[in-house]
Design a binder for this molecule. Structure first.
Ligand code: GAR
Length: 186
C-alpha cells in the first residue's frame, strides 16, 4: 500500500478528486495538511474520512510540521492548491517526492503571488490564446521545479477569468490523479 499526504489551502476539489480516483486502489491518503482554518478542504476531509491537520505559521516554520510529515513517511507529498512557499528543509527531506499543481503553462504565469484567480485574471488581461495546467516537482522556489506534465486548452477572446478557471479545473481533475498514479506505480 502506497501512502500520500496532501497539502491544501483552499476548497480542496483536487484533493477530493484524488480521493475518489484512488478509492479501492492500493493507495492511502494518510492525511491532509491545511494552513487555512477557513478552507473548504477541512469539511471535505471530514466527509471523506481523511484525517486533517490544520496548522499555523509558527508550527510550519519551527519544524513541527516537518517532524509530523517525517513520522507519516509518505511515498509522495502532493500540493493541491497549497499557497505557502515550501521550506528548503522539506525539499531536502523529501527529494523528488513532492509535486505541485499549477493552473497555467509554466514558466508563464508562475512565481510568488501567482495563484488561483490571479493567474486566470492575468491570462485574460494578456489576451493569451491558450492556457493550461502544469504538474511539477517542488524545489525551494515557487513554481520552478522540473515539469512532469502539462496540458493545455484554448482561451477564446470572449472567455472571462471564470471561464478560463473552469477549463483548467477540468484538466486538473482528470490529470492530477493519473500523474500521481504513474509516479507511484510505474
Ligand atoms: C487549483 O486550481 C490549483 O491549480 C491552484 O489552486 C487551485 C486549488 O483548487 N494552485 C495554485 O494556484 C498554486 N500556485 P482546489 O482547492 O479546488 O483543489
Amino acid at each position: 500500500m502506497k501512502k500520500i499526504v496532501i497539502f491544501a489551502s483552499g476548497s480542496g476539489s483536487n484533493a477530493e478528486k484524488i480521493a475518489e480516483y484512488f478509492k479501492d486502489k492500493c493507495l492511502l491518503i494518510e492525511r491532509i495538511y491545511c494552513n487555512n482554518p477557513q478552507a473548504g478542504v477541512i469539511a471535505r476531509a471530514e466527509r471523506l474520512g481523511i484525517p486533517c491537520r490544520v496548522f499555523n505559521r509558527e508550527e510550519y516554520k519551527s519544524g513541527q510540521i516537518l517532524h509530523e510529515l517525517q513520522a507519516d513517511s509518505p511515498d509522495l507529498i502532493v500540493l493541491a492548491g497549497f499557497l505557502w512557499l515550501i521550506p528548503a528543509s522539506f525539499v531536502q527531506a523529501f527529494p523528488n517526492k513532492m509535486i505541485n499543481l499549477h493552473p497555467a503553462l509554466l514558466p508563464k504565469f508562475g512565481g510568488k503571488g501567482m495563484y488561483g484567480h490571479h493567474v486566470h485574471d492575468a491570462v485574460v488581461a494578456q489576451k493569451e490564446k491558450e492556457s493550461g495546467i502544469t504538474i511539477h516537482f517542488v524545489n525551494e522556489h515557487y513554481d520552478e521545479g522540473n515539469i512532469i506534465f502539462q496540458g493545455s486548452y484554448p482561451v477564446l477572446p470572449s472567455d472571462t477569468a471564470d471561464d478560463v478557471a473552469s477549463k483548467g479545473q477540468v484538466l486538473e481533475h482528470k490529470h492530477f490523479p493519473e500523474v500521481i498514479e504513474k509516479l507511484l506505480f510505474n
